[in-house]
Structure formats: C-alpha cells, structure tokens
Design a protein around this ligand. Structure first.
Ligand code: GLA
Length: 432
C-alpha cells in the first residue's frame, strides 16, 4: 500500500499544478456579478470598477468580519484595462479609475491581510473587449508577478475552445514557474460545455485550482435554479474531480443583491456548501442588509463548505409533482468527521411550504441514531432514529439545512477513520 501511495504521489507531482493552494474551496469577493463593466465613475461613483471600489471593499471585508470568516481573496474581474497596451507592450490599468496603478492597489489589499485577485482572458480580447493575453503570455504573467497578484481568473472569450486543452495547462505552467503562488481559476470547461464538447475534467483538475464549468450566473432565482439543476444533472461526471487543490465552480454568490429573497439566498449558500464550491461574494458590502450578511457569515455553513475532506456532495433525491410547479430535492455531503450535511431544497413557486418525510435511504444516510442540528438555527436540536421517517417543512423556494451527527460513537469512529485516511491520501496527492 505504501509503495502504491509513493508511486501515485510521484506520478501526481509530475503532472499536477502543484502550487499548494486552495486546499479548501477559495473564499473571497469579485466585482463582476454586482458591478459588471461599470466604467463611468462620474455617473456611478460608488459602483464603477476602480481603486475606490476595491479599497472600500477591502476595508469592509476586514472591518465587518468577512476576512475573519474566511473570505480572503479580493478580486477585480473584467474592465480594469485601458483598451490599448503601453509602448512597452505591457497591460495598462485604466488611468482614471486606477490612477496609482495596480501595484498600489495590491499593496493596499495586502496591508489589510487580504489576497489580490485579477482577471484576464486567454484570447485576443477579454469578454468585455479589453486586451487579452494571447501572444503576450510571458510578459503579462511577469506583469502580474510584478504587481504581486495572488489569484488569476483566466477567461476564455475570443479563442477557439479546442485550443484550450493545451493552452490552459501551458499558461498554468508558466504561472507556476514564476515561483509566486498564484491561484489559477480557469474558464476552460465552461466554453467547451457551451460548444457541446466533452471537457477532459481529469486534465482540468490537474492543471487548475478551480474552473468555471458552465454559464454565467445572473441575479435571479431562475438563473440560480438553472445552475443548481445543471450541476445536479451532471454530477456523475463532475463531482469526482473536486478535492483539495481543485474545485468545480458554479459561479459567484448572488447573496445580498436584488434578485433573491432571503429564503432563496439561503438556498444558494447551502447548495454551494454541499457542492464544495468557491464562495465568491459579489455584492456591495457597504449597503448589504443584515439578514444577507448573516447568511454569508454563517460559520457552521462555511465550515461545511470548507470541510477538510474536500468531497463534493451530491443531489441524492428529487421529485417533481405532476400538475403542480413543485419540486423538492435532497443534497447530501459527507464530512471528514463522519457527520453529514443535508439540504432539503424546495423549488416550488406556488407559495406553499413543502411538508414531507423521508427514509434514511432516501436521504442516503447510514442507519442509526442521529443528533440533528439546523444550520440556520430556526429549529432546536432534534434526535432522530432511522427507523422513523425524518420530517421536514420547507418554505417555497427555500431550504432546510441540517447537520446529521451519528450518535453511536462506535459508528462515528468507524466512519471517522475511513474518512480521515481518504483525506490524508488526498492531501498527500495534492501537496506532493
Ligand atoms: C465572462 C465570465 C464572467 C465575467 C465576464 C467578464 O462572461 O464568465 O464571469 O468574467 O466574462 O466580461
């Protein structure tokens, strides 16, 4: 066994990205979903993509407890560049909106104990039409290193998706060779899924710390459920590739913006935690309402997302009632200590809470006795024996999110040791 393990570790180190980052899903904040490509600072001084927005957000991430909760990356998405490169061929940040250049922004972010994320595109242009890296890869990587970035989202507009299987790994190799630890977020499979190609997720997981699998999220319940349904429908070919160092990315959190109710925001936080998804907020932290802030800062749910085993959870059960626009589904994630996080998500939109009861098999829980904690703390702790049905009542377009803790300590220890050995192998494989 030991020989096999050493052999596997050796093989993985020659192929893998091997930057030691993202051992749990990355957490942070990105401009795009909320602030898009707002570049007119005269009209929208608090919303334009600018040094001011980034500094203000850095202050709020630290002062309002987001950094303490784990949100450490602060990232600028598209629309930070001048339309033309400089005379030396280098990328130039917009001179009005970033009057002190990017290194000054990086220094400010780092002085706050945060990490700095940036966006570029592998093609000729970014998706919003600013200069892409194609043809200038080495120079741009050097520029990013000079600016001391910690995270790079490399988008895939204006390049043929068939070029990505070689291109993304080659770019990642160059990033790695700089010796600076830069988390590598790839949009590689999103463009291939869109082109109806079948992405090579094994290779993607070897070369990227995270990867956007699919469509852009928009600020609505319709978009959120479309993405959740796609991840559920395709979980058999996605979930196995997630683990410490490499994660599927269903896109940013909408929580705190205009399109989701509080119940719907709770759904996203629960499902993203089950999916071991990166938790990237995209919201104005200066004006976010307290109920949404509480969802983003829910420590018990963040702990599910950040579980060290790093095993992506699954949609284990679903039902759509004929004639009623009503649908309930169960998502289950095994955690390193032998407990389970289980979310009951209602997609019904007829204003009626969904009351139902489930067997252990339907929830995919081993038989036994459990203590059950409500992670949103609306309900007190319950004791539940798998000989009984488990009863839930879920708000329309809402969630009940529980942690199931096996009560029989012998069972817990048995499963514990199994999980931990898996976790160690995973960490070895990914740290080697
Ligand atoms: C693409 C990406 C988005 C965002 C925009 C920026 O659509 O998928 O996440 O980065 O480009 O233009």
């Amino acid at each position: 066994m030991l020989v096999t393990l050493i052999f596997l570790v050796g093989v993985s180190s020659s192929l893998a990205l091997d930057n030691g980052l993202a051992l749990t899903p990355p957490m942070g904040w990105l401009t795009w979903e909320r602030f898009r490509c707002i570049t007119d600072c005269k009209k929208y001084p608090n919303e334009c993509i600018s040094e001011n927005l980034i500094k203000r957000t850095a202050d709020l991430m630290v002062n309002e407890g987001y950094l303490d909760a784990g949100y450490e990356y602060l990232g600028i998405d598209d629309c930070w560049l001048e339309k033309e490169r400089g005379p030396d061929g280098r990328m130039v940040p917009d001179k009005e909106r970033f009057p002190n250049g990017m290194k000054a922004v990086a220094d400010y972010i780092h002085s706050k104990g945060l990490k700095f994320g940036m966006y570029e595109d592998y093609g000729n242009l970014t998706c919003a039409g600013y200069p892409g890296v194609l043809g200038n890869e080495r120079l741009d990587i050097q520029t990013f290193v000079d600016w001391e970035i910690d995270y790079l989202k490399l988008d895939g507009c204006y390049i043929n998706p068939t070029a990505m299987d070689a291109g993304y790994p080659a770019f990642g190799k160059m990033l790695n060779e700089t010796g600076r630890q830069i988390l590598y977020s790839c949009s590689w499979p999103a463009y291939q899924e869109d082109a109806k190609m079948l992405p090579d997720y094994a290779s993607i997981a070897e070369h990227c710390n995270m990867w956007r699998n699919w469509d852009d999220i928009e600020d609505s319940w319709a978009s959120l459920t479309k993405i959740m349904n796609w991840f559920g429908d395709n979980q058999d070919r996605l979930a196995q590739h997630a683990g410490p160092g490499h994660w599927n990315d269903p896109d940013m959190l909408l929580i705190g913006n205009f399109g989701l109710t509080e119940d719907q925001a709770r759904v996203q936080m629960a499902v993203w935690s089950i999916l071991a998804a990166p938790l990237l907020m995209s919201v104005d932290l200066a004006t976010i309402k307290p109920e949404f802030k509480a969802i983003l800062l829910n420590k018990d749910i963040i702990a599910v997302n950040q579980d060290p085993l790093g095993k992506q959870g699954l949609r284990v059960w679903k039902k759509t009632e004929r004639g009623v626009r009503s649908r309930l589904e169960i998502w289950n994630r095994k955690l390193y200590d032998g407990t389970y996080a289980v979310a009951f998500v209602s997609q019904r939109d007829d204003g009626i809470p969904y009351a139902a009861s489930f067997t252990a098999d339907e929830m995919q829980l081993p038989k036994g006795e459990y203590q059950v904690q409500d992670l949103y703390k609306d309900e007190g702790v319950r004791q539940w024996n798998s000989e009984d049905h488990f009863e839930v009542r879920v708000n329309p377009s809402g969630v009940k999110f529980y942690k199931f803790i096996p009560r029989a300590s012998s069972d817990a220890i048995k499963s514990d040791s199994g999980f931990v050995s898996d976790a160690i192998v995973n960490v070895l494989m990914n740290n080697s």
